[in-house]
Design a protein around this ligand. Sequence first.
Ligand code: FE2
Length: 439
Amino acid sequence: MYDLILRGARFEDAVADVAVAGGRIERISPRIQEGGGREIDAGGRLLSPPFIESHVHLDTTLTAGDPRWNESGTLFEGIQIWSERKRSVTREDVISRATELLRWQAAQGVLHVRTHVDVTDPDLTGLKAMLEIREKVRGWTDVQIVAFPQEGILSYPRGTELMEEALRLGADVVGGIPHYEHTREMGAESVRESFRLAEKHDKPIDIHCDETDDPESRFLEVMAAEAIRTGMGQRVTASHTTAFGSYDNAYAFKLMGFLTKAVINFVANPLINITLQGRYDSYPKRRGITRVKELWQNGLNVSLGYDDIMDPWYPLGTGGMLQPAHMAVHACHMTSREEVTACFDMVTENAARTLGLEGYGIAEGGPASFVLVDAPDKWDALRRLATTTLVVRDGEVIAEARPAEHRLMGETVTFQRGTEGLGDFVGQGSGSGERTERG
Ligand code: FE2
């Protein structure tokens, strides 16, 4: 007798039952005869490992409009507003907002979150609160904390010491923001400082790098050079790199060759990049997003993050990871069948590589952590921004949802055209959430 059996879940190319016991996947088979303590009819829905948020700011989330709205919509006004808001940040304030957002994300199947936390604060209030949250939520979501120097490592008073202190207190990852340092020399030196800290404390690196339209912002090459020099490659992540979208092709070509040797990870944040960048352009306006498609075509690991959810930089959002993936499809011209599917992987498998997760995926003997998405495949999940109907963490059902049912003149509208390729998928409005309880 298993603890849980999922009946008729859709894998890449097959429909199968999944049996769970003791928090692990015991068996995956076209038909499991034995029963389970609980049985859930997956109805042919897509089974996926959990979604992963590889770049968000949980210390700033859910503050949009407080103390004021970002009227210019620029990154720099956002930083100014946050500088004002953070004077009133308290431990309780951060815990309340960040926990709420993690609940929104877990409810949608996001069970691993890498959050940057501003450490340019002499009291490190946000960081200390986030360390508490990381422990408090450990039973249902995994949080990685990046020590993020929002106002610079070298440009902010005692910036390096605050980074050191954050790492000593328990931050998981070393951050950076070279394009915000006062001069380009200080920017390059701050990248080297991040690597020094990472080597000293044996931590991975995730730097906000070249988050600007300025084609002269070239700190990515410094990161790549340091990654090669230190041999830290896969433990290094360059977030944003939006200036890469503005480099001329001659430099971009040289850089791409260099990057394939450095083998670092990239995180793009399509919702925020296309919103914050291009603000100083008239027309034509740049998309302000890194070369996601070309990085992916060159075999580099790219994942996608939200970045901001209802804060001074971005007023919208729910935390569901299909939204940034959906924006990537558009903003990065990734509309072929294969490219759309790749964008789904950028908020699952690729993000697991960025975060350095071990044991991620769906396999017999592996952890029983997975989600059901109300779609027959990854492509359709993105087309319809499908609902995550079931979230299982270490064998426990922690979230369930029913997809919206649309009825037109008494008939259900499923937003599915024909049934080709859909197999057993039942679509919206039938079979959703149906299950039998046994034992
Ligand atoms: Fe960010």
